[in-house]
Design a protein. Structure first.
Length: 298
């Protein structure tokens, strides 16, 4: 993914330009110190999922809604990775953001961020990882994959890294030597098709991606088998940096939790692919964080 790096310039003495600046999308990692005042814009970190433009459009309705309900302008800050969001939170250059479950747990354990809410869609607020293989490959259980080739989404800390390591450790198997080779793909759907097309013997993928492909491509369901399923991971985690004004966090939480009861919020919910936001429990992040440390991942 490519990080947005262009900042709109403001002409001195221009009232109109100043008004635009109050709502402009900030697409750079630098310059956050200018917004340090508590009543300034709330900088909301988001990783670029498809393109900078598409991601910005996806989150802008939510920023507009929160700006109106909270009484302070919310701005999207687009970055390359969850690590970038954590760096900005640590330096005070981002006030909130959407973090993955592993990154969110690390942020909580390190005292960098506090979980506030997470998304819920179709009655589900979590996701799982699948370990998949070809049905004709002969593997009936995880142990049968010894010496096989493995592929995963290298950018997915939960499904691509944490899940397979924990799965094998729980079975007293060494992840680093179990497979004959390990490769990394950029997306979950690529992993599915690598296994389907015999470019890898097995791989780990996000459940929602697998299920979506299984509906659109009959080969996926017909030729692939799920050998193991991970624990649930909290999804769509909205977190605020430690030290963010308590009244801001309280107001944002109230606004987010009330969106499903407010018709005005429907466009924003639809844009981010959620039915509603639900409260986040600090306990689940703490437990996941302990497991991450137990695997020596960080």
């Amino acid at each position: 993914m490519e990080e947005g790096s262009v900042r709109r310039k403001i002409g001195r003495g221009s009232v109109r330009a100043a008004a635009i600046f109050a709502t402009v999308l900030v697409l750079t990692l630098a310059g956050g110190a200018a917004f340090a005042a508590d009543q300034g814009p709330v900088r909301f970190g988001v990783t670029i999922s498809e393109s900078a433009e598409i991601t910005a459009k996806k989150y802008q309705p939510l920023m507009d809604y929160l700006s109106k309900k909270v009484g302070r302008p919310f701005e999207v800050r687009l970055v390359k990775s969850y690590d970038d969001i954590l760096s900005l939170m640590k330096s005070g250059e981002a006030d909130a953001g959407v973090l993955g479950s592993i990154a969110g747990s690390e942020a909580f354990i390190q005292g960098l961020a506090t979980p506030v809410v997470r998304t819920k869609k179709g009655g589900v607020s979590t996701y799982r990882g699948y370990l998949i293989a070809r049905k004709d490959g002969g593997a009936k259980k995880v142990e049968d994959l010894k010496g096989k080739t493995f592929d995963s989404n290298g950018g997915s800390a939960s499904v691509g890294k944490f899940f397979p390591r924990k799965l094998l450790k729980d079975k007293k198997l060494d992840f680093d030597t179990f497979f004959s080779s390990m490769t990394s793909s950029t997306k979950h759907d690529i992993v599915v098709y690598k296994v389907l097309n015999r470019q890898a013997d097995c791989g780990t993928v996000k459940d929602s991606v697998f299920e979506k492909l299984a509906k659109s491509d009959e080969r996926v369901k017909k030729e692939l088998v799920i050998l193991a399923t991970s624990q649930p991971f909290p999804d769509g985690n909205v977190m605020f940096r430690k030290g963010a004004p308590a009244d801001l966090v309280k107001a944002a939480r109230k606004a987010l939790l009330g969106m499903d009861k407010d018709a005005e919020a429907n466009p924003a919910l639809e844009a981010v692919g959620a039915d509603r936001f639900i409260p986040s429990s600090a306990k689940e992040y703490e437990q996941l964080g302990k497991m991450i440390r137990g695997l020596g991942m960080k």
